[in-house]
Design a binder for this molecule. Structure first.
Ligand code: SF4
Length: 351
């Protein structure tokens, strides 16, 4: 990959996390960038660094504050894992992020790619990294006809990533490939004429760039219909919210209680059943408040929110970590997922 670093020296992107490189800045930016666009990450990264400039400050913070700062970035298990890892780094490594990829991989939320990125970019060590961009470039550069993401091809791609790694500038090499993948070797219509690797790129020579990388066809994404209840207290000013269990989707985030519609149920029957099962109270489902759609990684939801009336029983958090009654103003300080934040915002001024 002979011209790669010359190209990088002239074309490197100016990104906030590249301005002062450290294992910590690399770690935080790489986790934020998983499944998330660079432009979306920038303001989150800057806010994060202002509030949590180092591992120690992060480890000492409350998880709710960490989730609140992450709110809107999605994939909240990433924030919880960063927080847990920070505490391990303080308790087991004296607050120093390890540079050895094997030690890094033992930390919560750090996989092969992130370990390679931290070791090479943050610590300057000769460690390979393989993300979606680099995988695509290698599959094209070597014209790999086998599907990527299979254990066998992954092994081959890691070997090729290691063989090609520039030993003198491993961090720059990995960043150069990331930049090349986001600007030139694009998923659709790669800009081969502008590419520093064009002379040796086998898929370009064979005319197969459009067919590489070969992907296994993804399963169709399921679509769920769910309901949520807006249950006011007697004053009508506070609403009942539950905190999701720490593990799993949106763990630790606050939400309007509710759940999935079952076969043969009306939406009203669904919300009453869910609230009975989850909170052990009886409610009456009133008028519909709104319909919200959202796509998660592995499924889509259409959520129907109802204004409800609390009929009887003291609510208990049977399926949640906690529950509480909050005004719309108090909700602003709670970490919430996208749909629940939209409901809370729509409630402001209406309640
Ligand atoms: S020549 Fe084209 S296909 Fe090959 S690495 Fe460059 S942009 Fe990608």
């Amino acid at each position: 990959m002979k011209n790669l670093l010359d190209w990088f020296d002239q074309n490197r992107r100016d990104l906030p996390w590249r301005r002062s490189r450290s294992p910590y800045s690399t770690w935080i930016s790489e986790i934020m960038l998983q499944q998330t666009r660079v432009e979306t990450v920038k303001p989150y990264y800057e806010r994060w660094m202002e509030r949590f400039p180092d591992v120690q400050t992060l480890a000492a913070a409350d998880e709710q504050e960490v989730l609140k700062l992450w709110e809107g970035l999605g994939y909240y298990s990433r924030a919880r894992s960063i927080h847990k890892a920070a505490r391990v780094i303080v308790s087991e490594y004296g607050g120093e992020i390890p540079s050895d990829p094997a030690q890094l991989r033992k930390l919560p939320g750090i996989g092969d790619y992130t370990a390679g990125a931290i070791a090479s970019i943050g610590c300057g060590l000769p460690a390979a990294a393989l993300d979606g961009n680099i995988r695509r470039i290698l599959a094209r550069y070597y014209d790999i006809a086998d599907p990527v993401r299979t254990p066998q091809t992954e092994k081959l791609l890691w070997k090729l990533a290691e063989e090609n790694l520039n030993q003198k500038r491993p961090g720059d090499h990995n960043e150069a490939l990331m930049d090349l993948g986001s600007a030139i070797c694009l998923p659709e219509n790669p800009q081969c004429l502008l590419c520093p690797l064009r002379e040796d790129c086998l898929s370009r020579q064979h005319g197969t760039t459009a067919e590489r990388p070969v992907m296994i066809k993804a399963e169709p994404i399921p679509h769920y219909i769910v309901t949520a209840a807006l249950i006011p207290d007697k004053s009508g000013e506070r609403f009942l919210l539950t905190k999701r269990p720490a593990k799993g989707l949106l763990g630790g985030m606050w939400e309007f209680p509710g759940g999935k519609q079952e076969a043969g149920e009306t939406l009203e029957e669904c919300i009453c059943r869910e609230i009975r099962e989850e909170l052990d109270i009886a409610i009456h489902a009133g008028e519909q408040f709104g319909v919200y759609k959202h796509a998660y990684t592995h499924f889509k939801v259409t959520l129907h929110a109802f204004r409800c009336e609390h009929i009887s029983g003291d609510p208990k958090p049977l399926a949640a970590d906690e529950l509480g009654w909050f005004t719309t103003e108090e909700m602003q300080a709670l970490p919430m997922g996208k749909i629940d934040r939209m409901i809370a915002q729509n409630l402001t001024g209406l309640s």
